[in-house]
Structure formats: structure tokens, C-alpha cells
Design a protein around this ligand. Structure first.
Ligand SMILES: [Zn+2]
Length: 494
């Protein structure tokens, strides 16, 4: 289905077009069409106790109720700042935003030329060939290898598939785009591994993937200090290193990456390396969700967070997803109606795309540029916090599973963030980066102290907010805005 749609879109513009999409055989997936989010809720959040007994406890459920109430209560409230402050609970998203959104773009047919055009436009505020940059936090995905032998071109000027952006040349140990990929991981323009490589073959029963390639990849990433937490499955059945949906239906039996009995097994290396979030090649036509994450048990017994991406607008009568994850369909994804929905419902959204997936000379057609401008306006108006996928997912875990309590004394309120009760990777005391964006309603932000355990969080990380119509709030600051143009070229890399 996806391949059909891409081809039609490309032909209508008279463009040559390389198709290495992530969608698999749609006919085989018909039974998978009606996937529903499996959002887990916190049932094991301990009721905390405090010294004063005047505590405010919070669970995921009550936090979301609080956020929902935020839009319905609008009458002005007077706060007497001479009284001891009162903490009311958590705000779902950092002030003043009503929703959070990430674009998750797959590395199919990526070249450095297209990558740089896309990121200069989306991430910076400079003038670019696509117009004034949008200043959004967006991180891309990448391949370590290129084992693709499909016909077609990856870019204009009949750039062959062998020039697709990848860390190593082909399936060798010789670096290709390694230095620029390292650079982009370090500066935050890449945060997602789109599997170990593009292994799609014309014959889906062949593959060039080996366990040794996974070993070599992890070794190289570690040696260069490349920390990646997000994995998205990719491509046709040749991509045997996929692993997110093994066992879900017979179609997914090609996904061997997490099977200890398979020669393609690699998750014993990949999960300890640091992968925390896995998109398992599942479709979803829900633009927004209360939570994007669900526990995913792998065949080898390891657990990771699975996550949803919005990949299609509805399904055909046969149950096949109507994929809309190419730039030609971006305007169908990023619509005012979708934005209004996630703002009203206080939802997350992860929008699946292939921003570098076409051979369109300007990379993004006008309709896609306009759609991204609509999104940027929502961000700059303080409605939707647009951020990279890894940050959204980390925040999602924190917001859903944070455990805190409140104590009062000497005219102040103390919010003690005790732990993240992460049901997948375990209960732990968070770092400050892990709780960035957490926001608490209080009658007096100046007299409300945020602490990890009993240790105050440094003042430069704290932000006091005016009332949003519900209450004033105090927060751990979100990540600083970074619109630096990090674009680089590399000799010999197309
Ligand atoms: Zn892909």
C-alpha cells in the first residue's frame, strides 16, 4: 500500500523515486490493521507519607485528570502569598504547552544533501532554500549499514542506492558517513537507530545482515560516545534484525533480532547498549494518545518500552493501513484539526515520516513546507511543545511514573521527587535531565521548593510560571532551545 502511494505521488510529479519504505507486505498485515494502544497505567504507585500529614500524592491517573481539568476551569483565582503555599498536583505538560509532539523520520533514501536541507529548515532559524528556518527541536534516524539492492535512485542526479547515507560503506567495516553521523548524534540532530541498516533486498528471502555486523556497530557507537535510546524497525522481510513484533502474527516470523536461537540474534547486545524504546513496525491511525508507550516483552525475556507512531489515516476495507508518512502526505498529517485535538485532549503525538525519502529536488514539496509552518506556529504560540522523539519518550515515562510527595514547613512547600517507578527498566532515582519539564501547580511558586529526594534542584534549573487559568506552577526547566546550524559536509559523502 505504501509503495503504491509513493509511486503514484512521485509519478504525478514526474519524479524518479526510490522506494525502500518501512511498510511491509500490507496484504500479509491485514490482520494487524486494528491495532489499539496498550497503554499501561500505574497501579503500583505507592501512597507516600509525609512528616506533616498534609501531603499531596500523585499518580498517573490523577495527573491526567488534573491536566484535563486545566482547560475547563478558567475563573481567576487570588493567591495570598503570605500564606504557606499549597501544592495542587502535576500539570501534564511543561507550561504553557497543552500537548507534545515529535516527528519521527525514517532514514530510507537519506543522503547528506537531503539531510542537511531538511535540518537547516526545521532546526535553525536561518534563511534556507526552503525559506526561513522553523527553529524546532527535531532529531532524525540513521543506518549503520546499507545492504539494499533494490533498483532506483536515492537522490537527484541518478544517485544510486549504494550512496544511501550510512555509517559504514555497504556492509563492510570501512567508514562511509561515520564522522558526520557521529557529529549529528552528539549535537542532537540524530537520536534514533532505524535498525542496523537498510537490508531490503529485491528477494525478501535474502539478507546481508549478520550478528557480527551488530557487534561491529555497537563497538563503533560506543567507541565514539554515541548514545542512542530509540530504535525503529524498518523495511521488508530481508530486514531480519527487526524484532519488535515477532510472534504477533505469522507475518512477523522474519523478525529474528530478539530470538536467542537465531543466528541473527542481537538484542543481548543492543538492549544493554542502551536501546530503551522500540517502534515495532505497527501501524496506527491515532494522531494523538494519552501515552505513547507500552511494555514490550521480547522473545529472549528482556523488556523494553514499545511505542506508537501515527503512520496512516484510516484503513482500507481490507484492513490495510492508508500510509501517509511521506512528505507528499505531510499536509494530511499536520492539520489544524489534529493540532486542536491533541491540545484539547492534552495528548502526545509521534508522527512517522520519511522526510528524506523522496527524490523531489527541493526535498520537501510546498505542501509539506506549509504543513511544517503550521506546526511551527503551534509551537511558537506556546500550544504544542515540539521536541525530538527521545525527549518525548523520556518525558512520557517520567510524567507517567514519577513518584513524589510534598511536605510543608517554615512557610514553604517542598516537592520531593522520590523516584521514577519505571515498570520496565525498574524503579530508580532520576537525574535532572530525566525530569526536565516536570511542572507542579502551586499557589506560590516562589515558596515552593523542588527537590530530588531531599536535595534541592539547582536554582538555574527551576522556572516559575504564571497561572495558566488553573494555577501558577513551578517546574524543572525544559531543554534549552538550540537553533544552531550544525550542518556539515564530508568528503566523498553524497
Ligand atoms: Zn525504513
Amino acid at each position: 500500500m505504501q509503495q503504491t502511494k509513493w509511486t503514484v505521488a512521485a509519478l504525478s510529479l514526474g519524479m524518479l523515486f526510490a522506494v525502500t519504505g518501512c511498510a511491509s507486505d500490507s496484504a500479509d498485515r491485514a490482520g494487524e490493521a486494528d491495532v489499539q494502544p496498550k497503554v499501561s497505567t500505574v497501579s503500583d504507585v505507592a501512597n507516600s507519607t509525609t512528616a506533616t500529614g498534609d501531603e499531596t500524592n500523585s499518580t498517573a491517573a490523577s495527573q491526567q485528570d488534573g491536566a484535563a481539568a486545566a482547560s475547563s476551569v478558567k475563573q481567576p483565582v487570588l493567591y495570598n502569598t503570605h500564606l504557606a503555599p499549597k501544592v495542587y498536583g502535576m500539570r501534564k505538560f511543561p507550561y504553557p504547552y497543552e500537548a507534545m509532539l515529535a516527528i519521527s523520520s525514517d532514514a530510507d533514501s537519506e543522503t547528506l544533501r537531503k539531510f542537511n536541507l531538511v535540518h537547516e529548515f526545521i532546526n535553525t532559524t536561518q534563511m534556507t532554500p526552503l525559506g526561513r528556518g522553523l527553529g524546532l527541536d527535531f532529531a532524525d534516524s540513521f543506518f549503520m549499514y546499507n545492504g539494499n539492492n533494490e533498483p532506483g535512485y536515492v537522490d537527484i542526479d541518478q544517485e544510486p542506492m549504494s550512496d544511501e547515507l550510512s555509517y559504514f560503506k555497504g556492509v563492510s567495516d570501512e567508514p562511509y558517513a561515520a564522522s558526520v553521523i557521529n557529529h549529528y548524534i552528539h549535537v542532537g540532530w540524530i537520536d534514533t537507530m532505524h535498525t542496523y541498516g537498510d537490508f531490503s533486498r529485491v528477494n525478501p528471502h535474502q539478507t546481508l545482515f549478520t550478528r557480527q555486523l551488530a557487534k561491529q556497530a555497537i563497538q563503533a557507537l560506543k567507541a565514539n560516545g554515541d548514545a542512542i535510546t530509540v530504535w525503529t524497525d524498518h523495511g521488508n522481510k530481508s530486514n531480519v534484525d527487526n524484532f519488535g513484533d515477532y510472534g504477533k502474527s505469522p507475518f512477523y516470523s522474519y523478525q529474528q533480532g530478539a530470538n536467542p536461537w537465531s543466528k541473527y540474534y542481537h538484542t543481548d547486545l543492543t538492549i544493554p547498549y542502551g536501546i530503551r524504546f522500540v517502534w515495532p513496525d505497527s501501524s496506527s491511525d491515532e494522531f494523538g494518545m494519552k501515552s505513547m508507550i507500552y511494555p514490550l516483552m521480547l522473545p529472549d525475556g528482556q523488556r523494553v518500552w514499545g511505542f506508537w507512531r501515527y503512520t496512516n489515516e484510516g484503513y482500507t476495507k481490507k484492513g490495510d493501513p492508508e500510509w501517509n508518512w511521506t512528505p507528499f502526505n505531510l499536509a494530511e498529517q499536520l492539520t489544524p484539526a489534529h493540532f486542536a485535538q491533541i491540545e484539547r485532549e492534552h495528548e502526545y503525538s509521534i508522527v512517522a515520516q520519511h522526510l528524506s525519502g523522496t527524490n523531489y529536488p527541493g526535498v520537501l514539496p510546498t505542501s509539506a513546507v506549509d504543513a511544517l509552518r503550521l506546526l511551527a506556529a503551534q509551537y511558537h504560540e506556546g500550544k504544542i511543545l515540539v521536541t525530538r522523539t527521545s525527549r518525548l519518550l523520556t518525558y512520557n515515562v517520567t510524567q507517567q511514573y514519577v513518584w513524589y510527595d510534598v511536605t510543608y514547613g517554615q512557610g514553604k512547600a517542598y516537592i520531593h521527587i522520590r523516584a521514577i517507578l519505571d515498570p520496565v527498566f525498574g524503579r530508580h532515582v532520576p537525574t535532572t535531565n530525566e525530569i526536565r519539564g516536570l511542572t507542579f501547580y502551586t499557589s506560590n511558586p516562589a515558596a515552593t521548593v523542588l527537590e530530588i529526594g531531599n536535595t534541592p534542584i539547582p536554582a538555574q534549573l527551576i522556572q516559575d510560571n504564571h497561572s495558566d487559568g488553573v494555577h501558577p506552577s513551578v517546574a524543572i526547566k525544559w531543554w534549552p532551545v538550540d537553533t544552531t546550524n550544525y550542518a556539515e559536509t564530508a568528503p566523498g559523502v553524497k
